[in-house]
Design a binder for this molecule. Structure first.
Ligand SMILES: *[C@@H]1O[C@H](CO)[C@@H](O)[C@H](O)[C@H]1NC(C)=O
Ligand SMILES: *[C@@H]1O[C@H](CO)[C@@H](O)[C@H](O)[C@H]1NC(C)=O
Ligand SMILES: *[C@@H]1O[C@H](CO)[C@@H](O)[C@H](O)[C@H]1NC(C)=O
Ligand SMILES: *[C@@H]1O[C@H](CO)[C@@H](O)[C@H](O)[C@H]1NC(C)=O
Ligand SMILES: *[C@@H]1O[C@H](CO)[C@@H](O)[C@H](O)[C@H]1NC(C)=O
Ligand SMILES: *[C@@H]1O[C@H](CO)[C@@H](O)[C@H](O)[C@H]1NC(C)=O
Ligand SMILES: *[C@@H]1O[C@H](CO)[C@@H](O)[C@H](O)[C@H]1NC(C)=O
Length: 490
């Protein structure tokens, strides 16, 4: 067989330095060497094996034999049954990523048929049978480009090739001692058909994979009618150990305000999970959380009327008799409720190993008197809390714990108050009513932008200046059958 250029299994992601310099992603993700290896393994084992059974076009040839005449040989129903990849590896480089698979084997079966007629005998002589073919040491290769095209990832196939090193054909039936010679002469043609067939199928597969990337949603629903903008910004960054991607990462409705505030900010360094060798790193800028917070504020989300308390006596003016005597005097034995609402969006600050939150709320004491709600006192609260985050499935789930709070009297219809007497009551209300309410919402979690079918596993969370980084391995949900879903469904 004549020497051929060996194509390796090369995935090259071209980096096009784009002019979208004003764009900034607030969530970035890095797929590490370990992660690329995982994806490679998934593609190689699932996608390559899903190529089969692969039907190849029939091969027909007329051989002129001196003194004998024309010999017509046909191989039909050529089918590749099984492809095994013995070793493969992924190698990202400055110009892209290489995945090299070698020692690939496959077997195929086919029908053979031949006929000839001679000048001296008008009777056509023919025979037919089946043959099996074993292909050894095959190499398959692709060269791909990956770029950001209008907010989605575009996968381009630059080159795709397959190289058959060794082929052996065994005929069943017929006078094989005679035909083996002819068949051997066809080795190269069969090899070429295998190379062409696999190349064609892989090309189709890449087009399919690209259309799946194009079809990835640009928004992920987060509560009610809010959505996380998962539009890709900037081009993927590839070096010799990882691929980095950036997405917008803000909640769509709150985008404008946040974007203006953060626009001139220094770009964050790319995600680093170097201390923990995980497959994937996702960094979320604090702007992401502040966009959620301002969205909730705009949506009048944190709005709470309290008519039940662990200390129920506080919901009657009698319970306040010694604390705010003038309230009791003015509205003796009337029931109360508390109206707590946010007065400005909560502010989230992420720093080295901690998350701080400040919640600004107004608490209004309403007197309920003969079907009337009379607001009598308004107290402004500034609650300092510290946040805890953890991973639950693919969500970042938060909770907040009270550190401290300050309170001021905003207005009062019952004169001045002795605030130091109210302090412990406020503390109780914040601890027993307000924070549990806030935590029940934070507990719903914030969805991390993970492609469907993949689930985080053994995640670690690292807080650094203004960034939360999730370093995690991922597992793939077998039941979704990537091969069928992503690649070569027929
Ligand atoms: C083609 O091959 C398959 C499997 O080897 C066989 O079942 C089928 O009968 C063959 N078709 C023809 C027309 O020979
Ligand atoms: C693929 O690998 C399996 C298990 O190692 C082996 O049984 C089978 O014969 C191989 N098939 C081919 C086509 O090499
Ligand atoms: C191909 O190899 C597999 C596994 O070894 C075997 O089951 C199958 O019969 C083989 N097919 C042909 C056509 O040799
Ligand atoms: C590759 O890029 C990642 C993130 O962009 C970085 O953490 C890593 O140090 C880089 N590796 C090399 C060898 O330059
Ligand atoms: C990546 O490149 C750096 C410097 O060019 C080199 O030191 C490092 O070993 C390379 N890493 C891999 C995984 O090839
Ligand atoms: C989503 O983010 C992209 C890139 O930052 C931006 O161009 C687009 O307007 C955003 N979409 C919405 C609905 O805010
Ligand atoms: C609660 O207080 C806010 C102002 O802080 C007010 O807009 C709202 O109407 C009040 N709700 C009730 C039910 O009194």
């Amino acid at each position: 067989m004549k020497p051929k250029i060996t194509f390796f299994f090369i995935l090259v992601c071209s980096i096009v330095i784009s002019s979208q310099a004003n764009e900034q992603g607030f969530i970035s993700a890095v797929i590490s060497e370990k992660g690329l290896d995982f994806i490679k393994e998934l593609l190689v084992t699932k996608a390559i094996s899903s190529l089969t059974p692969l039907q190849l076009p029939q091969i027909e040839r007329i051989v002129k034999i001196p003194l004998v005449g024309n010999l017509r040989v046909v191989f039909s129903n050529i089918t590749i049954y099984e492809i095994n990849v013995s070793s493969s590896y992924v190698k990202p480089g400055e110009t892209g990523i290489a995945i090299i698979a070698s020692g690939t084997t496959c077997n195929l079966s086919m029908n053979w048929y031949y006929s000839y007629s001679t000048w001296f005998s008008p009777v056509e002589i023919s025979d037919k049978g089946r043959a099996s073919v074993q292909v050894e040491g095959m190499e398959v290769g692709l060269t791909l480009g990956l770029e950001n095209q209008g907010g989605t990832l575009k996968l381009t196939l630059f080159e795709c090739g397959c190289y058959v090193k060794d082929i052996s054909i065994r005929l069943d039936g017929g006078a094989s001692w005679f035909y083996q010679g002819i068949v051997d002469a066809f080795e190269e043609k069969i090899g070429a058909a295998v190379e062409h067939g696999i190349t064609k199928k892989l090309t189709e597969g890449i087009i399919k994979l690209d259309s799946l990337l194009q079809a990835l949603p640009k928004e992920v629903p987060v509560y009610d009618d809010a959505a996380l903008n998962v539009t890709f910004v900037n081009d993927p960054f590839v070096n010799n150990s990882s691929i980095s991607l950036e997405i917008d990462g803000l909640l769509t409705k709150a985008r404008k305000a946040i974007y203006l505030n953060y626009h001139h900010k220094q770009l964050q360094p790319l995600v680093s999970c170097s201390d923990s060798p995980k497959m994937l790193g996702i960094s979320l800028d604090e702007a992401v959380f502040n966009s959620a917070s301002s969205l909730y504020f705009d949506a009048d989300f944190m709005h709470l009327i309290v008519d039940e308390l662990p200390e129920q006596s506080l919901l009657n003016t009698a319970g306040w008799r010694f604390i705010i005597p003038q309230l009791y005097r003015k509205y003796p034995n009337d029931n109360l409720n508390l109206n707590i609402s946010l007065s400005s969006p909560p502010v989230i600050k992420i720093s080295e190993n901690k998350i701080d939150g400040t919640i600004y709320a107004d608490l209004i004491i309403d007197v309920l008197e003969s079907n009337q709600v009379i607001p009598v006192i308004c107290i402004s609260l500034e609650i300092q809390g510290s946040g805890l985050v953890k991973i639950s499935e693919n969500n970042l789930v938060g909770s907040v714990k009270l550190n401290d709070f300050t309170m001021t009297l905003k207005w009062s219809k019952v004169g001045n108050l002795r605030m130091f007497l109210i302090q412990p009551i406020m503390w109780t209300i914040i601890q027993t009513v307000f924070l549990p309410y806030a935590n029940s919402h934070l507990g719903k979690g914030f969805p991390l932008p993970i492609v469907r079918g993949f689930t985080l596993q053994n995640a670690e969370i690292i807080c650094s200046t203004s960034v939360i980084t999730v370093c995690s391995d991922v597992i793939y949900e077998e039941s979704l059958n990537l091969a069928k879903l992503l690649f070569f469904s027929r």
